[in-house]
Design a protein around this ligand. Structure first.
Ligand code: TYD
Length: 209
């Protein structure tokens, strides 16, 4: 089973993925937790470029193809082999992030991005996509305190630095995608304490196990 987690900055994906991983292991599943960008060797190089706050000159189309290159390699090298061995794969972001950030956020053509996604993934769609949804102000406040705490404001801050309206379009983008494919998506309210959010996530995944 292939599960992806999506959401705006600071939605709490990492915490929820860690909780989901231990829960699924306790049920006896083999679990692989991974992420985009950066879930394979090539991806780590691409991630460093994509998240570097100094790369202000990156063209939107160039950025798009870097995310797609990361995805194509990661699907081929990591995700498909793990699924073939029967693992549950938990992936922190996938193609819906490209549609939300590069499409709804940056303004690239959404339908075209959807077909590029099919090409990059060879048609591999998630069985479940959990969207952790919360107001962008709350998410950005969480992301900022995390980045300053980790000293990551230079290397991981390129997206956090964008204006509020951009993040609002991204949030609306995820909700639009979820409404288009209600069978694949589960929108979970990501406000409140991590355990309360996790019970919503657990329900979404549990229904599809
Ligand atoms: P991530 O490492 O998940 O950061 P965060 O923990 O802040 O959510 O994602 C890195 C950034 O890359 C994030 O700002 C979203 C952005 N992104 C895109 O713009 N397009 C994509 O296709 C992906 C996968 C991520």
């Amino acid at each position: 089973m292939f599960v992806t987690f999506e959401g705006v900055e600071g939605a709490g994906k990492s915490t929820q993925i860690a909780l989901a991983e231990s829960w699924l292991r306790s049920l006896g599943h083999t679990v692989l937790t991974t992420r985009q960008p950066g879930g394979c060797g090539l991806g780590l190089t691409l991630r460093a470029i994509l998240l570097d706050a100094r790369n202000t000159h990156l063209d939107s189309t160039a950025e798009l193809f870097l995310y797609l290159a990361d995805r194509a390699q990661h699907v081929a090298e990591v995700i498909r082999p793990a699924l073939a061995q029967g693992a549950v794969v938990l992936c922190d972001r996938y193609h819906d992030s490209t549609v939300a950030y590069q499409g709804f956020g940056r303004g690239l053509d959404v339908e075209r991005l959807i077909s590029l996604g099919e090409m990059a993934t060879g048609g591999l769609a998630p069985d479940v996509t959990v969207v952790l949804d919360l107001p962008v102000e709350q998410g950005l406040a969480r992301a900022r305190s995390r980045n300053s705490g980790a000293g990551a404001s230079q290397s991981e801050g390129r997206f956090e630095a964008l204006e509020m309206a951009f993040h609002q379009r991204v949030r609306d983008g995820f909700l639009t995608l979820a409404a288009r494919e209600p069978h694949r998506f589960a929108v979970a309210d990501a406000t409140g304490d991590p355990q309360a959010v996790f019970s919503r996530v657990q329900r979404a995944i549990g229904q599809r196990l």
